[in-house]
Design a protein around this ligand. Structure first.
Ligand SMILES: [Zn+2]
Length: 426
């Protein structure tokens, strides 16, 4: 067993000289892993079917020369402008009917056949090129699937597919009427295509139009299941594209129970390792345990990966009020807690503070001035401890004395029809 310790890194934003300097600093910190590529589609495939891997090859070589290996991501969280222009129908449509415009990220519908075709192609190209590359330690699909209020696309294509999904499940409209109890408030349908998509979203950050109290709760629950099935299928299409070219592990970054649009239990069989983004507080005497226990539950008996976590203080816009500097020792505490909880990989978001873009000035391992600060000593301490702990952790198994059941149907049901306003299943 190797313990991976490092950060998320964005070589597409840097010059070759800066990457050399960064690789050197990573080596001084004792880092041996980075996650790369998840937002760089416009650079991997600058026009339709034309791929450019040269800059990426060079970055991988520079990092590898300093003992840093890469978890390579498919870049499908950010369809490039040429694709959006040629195929405006791939856009994500929210519950107000607004198509998400190009200019941020996650602006796509996961059920759109054209988009899936492009995703499968870029994933297969990556698999062919890096599937046997010793500098690459694994693959990571997309970024935070269904996150940022993109879990429930309501485009015309999704509506049609939802009707087909219902017809496959119930066979006849009479059966659906019976199961849903649509006689209540005279909601009885005569055809599947009469069924509307719910206007009120339970998406974190989704726009609230009307209260879902008034919806048929069983129809709502089927809508959540349908949307989740779409995300699992979207993820698995890329896994299938990469797998023929590699024996390396393939996964994606789940977001614990924050994103409620995808049933991770259904995706877990096609994850070689469970992986999570878990941003822990660094000004506390306690550390959260549920997120890591949830990962252990996805792949029982196997270690899990943390592919994004808190790296410390920053001026960041992420918290919209700056990110406080961690208490001395808190970075060490959080990393060692993670390894002791069964993590095999621990990557900070992110290595170097962004100089531009939506996440400008966000907390990072290295500040904007690039000068190691007091946190740097802790990163060095953690990497030394992780190396020393590796034989012990490889030989040990974590035993749980208590089980907590977390179930998506219950989660969705409790959001659609809460028992009381104080109840939160999460
Ligand atoms: Zn859609």
């Amino acid at each position: 067993m190797t313990l991976y310790y490092g950060a998320d890194y964005y070589p597409e934003q840097e010059t070759p000289e800066q990457i050399r300097q960064d690789a050197e600093t990573m080596a001084q910190a004792g880092f041996n892993a980075v996650r790369v590529g998840e937002f760089a589609w416009c650079k991997f495939e600058p026009s339709d079917g034309v791929f450019d891997w040269a800059w990426f090859d060079q970055a991988l070589a520079t990092l590898d020369a300093k003992g840093v290996h890469a978890l390579v991501c498919t870049p499908t969280a950010c369809p490039p402008i040429w694709m959006v222009e040629a195929h405006p129908e791939i856009a994500y449509v929210d519950n107000c009917g607004v198509a998400r415009p190009f200019g941020a990220r996650r602006h796509y519908c996961p059920n759109n056949a054209t988009y899936i075709k492009y995703c499968v192609r870029v994933a297969a190209e990556m698999g062919k090129r890096y599937g046997r590359d010793p500098r690459v330690l694994g693959f990571h699909i997309d970024n935070e699937l269904a996150q940022e209020a993109t879990g429930r696309c309501q485009c015309a294509g999704c509506k049609k597919q939802f009707h087909a999904w219902l017809e496959k499940k119930y066979g006849t409209i009479a059966k659906l009427n019976e199961i849903y109890g649509t006689i209540f408030w005279g909601q009885t349908y005569t055809r599947f295509d009469q069924i509307n998509l719910p206007a009120k979203s339970i998406e974190p950050g989704g726009t609230d139009l009307i209260d879902c109290y008034f919806d048929n709760p069983t129809l709502r629950l089927d809508w959540e299941r349908f949307c989740s099935d779409g995300w699992v299928a979207f993820y698995e299409a890329q896994v299938r594209a990469i797998k023929p070219h590699t024996d390396k592990p393939v996964t994606t970054n789940t977001t614990g129970v924050w994103t409620n649009g995808m049933d991770y239990y259904k995706a877990a069989p096609s994850m070689d390792v469970a992986a999570v983004d878990e941003y822990v507080g660094l000004r506390s005497e306690t550390m959260p345990g549920f997120g890591y226990a949830f990962m252990r539950g996805l792949k029982p008996g196997k270690p899990f990966w943390i592919v994004e976590t808190s790296s410390g203080g920053g001026l960041g816009v992420w918290a919209r009020e700056g990110v406080y500097q961690p208490y001395p020792g808190a970075l060490r505490q959080s990393a060692l807690h993670a390894f002791a909880s069964g993590a095999e990989m621990h990557l900070y978001f992110q290595f170097r503070m962004f100089r531009f873009g939506a996440e400008q000035l966000e907390a990072s391992v290295m500040g904007i001035d690039g000068i190691p600060d007091r946190r740097f000593k802790e990163f060095q301490e953690v990497s030394a401890t992780a190396r020393a702990w590796t034989p012990f952790l490889s030989a040990s198994r974590l035993k749980s004395n208590v089980a907590v059941c977390f179930d998506y149907d219950t989660l969705w049901s409790s959001k659609i029809k809460p028992f009381c306003k104080y109840f939160n299943y999460q």
